[in-house]
Write a protein that binds this ligand. Structure first.
Ligand code: ADP
Ligand code: MG
Length: 255
């Protein structure tokens, strides 16, 4: 059913109390493709990423990462334990980059990056350290191995966070507004790293308001509003010839 898709979301619902935040969301991302998610504040973008990363659970629907489908139902769930094991397995396939970097302030760049490979994947310190140094070089921060987050600019911190997300050798990277906490002059250096990952064939879902980036990098652009996918398509279609009035209104505001 979902072999072709690295990420497969079907009919997902999520409510917080009486507030329905996701109202039957479907989203499929093929291996090696980049999906950019656009939408107004409060439309459910972060919630969707958190569900895909199993930081929170859906009320209904299916979510699969890496080919294994996971079902959710509201109650009476005897599969709970099985699902917890499956969740742990799927989470190791996912790298997550947050808006506010979320680096550990008391750890150096290198220590931030080796933390998950050492604790969750039980890789050897020597191997994890060598890999972390490679990743820091890849994001242009080879000289910041021993720097603490407070000694780095926002753009540098976010690049460390991307290196950290890559350290578990994920099959898919999720970005939640990776540049919206940055000063404008630092946005480019972070987008450049993400663009290079795209060229390398990394499967990614990127929530962002950077339309130029979406146009250049996305295979598919998804527009969400009020907990639903309103419209999706290749950038040339969704950004330049949107069909839905809500997509048009949103683009009119951000462009
Ligand atoms: P977006 O990322 O598109 O701005 P979110 O997914 O963050 O949207 O939020 C969608 C809606 O869900 C918002 O109305 C938000 O206030 C609400 N929401 C998100 N997380 C929670 C939570 N843990 N508890 C209650 N409401 C929440
Ligand atoms: Mg958000």
């Amino acid at each position: 059913m979902s072999e072709d898709f690295e990420v497969d979301v079907r009919g997902v619902h999520k409510a917080f109390g009486t507030l329905t935040v996701l109202d039957g969301v479907d989203l499929q991302v093929r291996t090696g493709e980049v999906t950019v998610v656009l939408g107004p504040s409060g439309s459910g973008k972060s919630t969707l990423l958190r569900l895909i990363n199993h930081l929170d659970r859906a009320d209904r629907g299916f979510i699969s990462v890496g080919g294994e489908l996971m079902g959710y139902r509201r109650s009476g769930d005897r599969l709970h334990e099985l699902r917890e094991r499956e969740i742990l397995k799927q989470r190791t396939k996912i790298g997550f980059v947050f808006q506010n970097f979320n680096l550990f302030g008391h750890l150096t760049a290198l220590e931030n990056i080796v933390e998950a490979p050492l604790s969750a994947q039980r890789r050897s310190r020597a191997e994890a350290t060598a890999h972390a140094r490679e990743l820091l070089a890849q994001v242009g921060l080879a000289d910041k191995v021993d720097a603490y987050p407070r000694q780095l600019s926002g753009g540098q911190q976010q690049r460390v966070a991307i290196a950290r997300a890559l350290a578990v050798r994920p099959e898919v990277l999720l970005f939640d507004e990776p540049t919206s906490a940055l000063d404008p002059e630092l946005v480019g250096e972070v987008l450049d790293v993400i663009k290079q990952l795209a060229r390398d064939g990394t499967t990614m879902i990127v929530v962002t308001h950077e339309i130029g980036f979406a146009r250049e990098v996305a295979d598919t652009v998804v527009f969400m509003d009020a907990g639903r996918v309103v419209e999706q398509g290749p950038p040339a279609q969704l950004l330049d010839a949107p069909e839905h009035p809500r997509t048009k209104a949103f683009l009119h505001k951000v462009l």
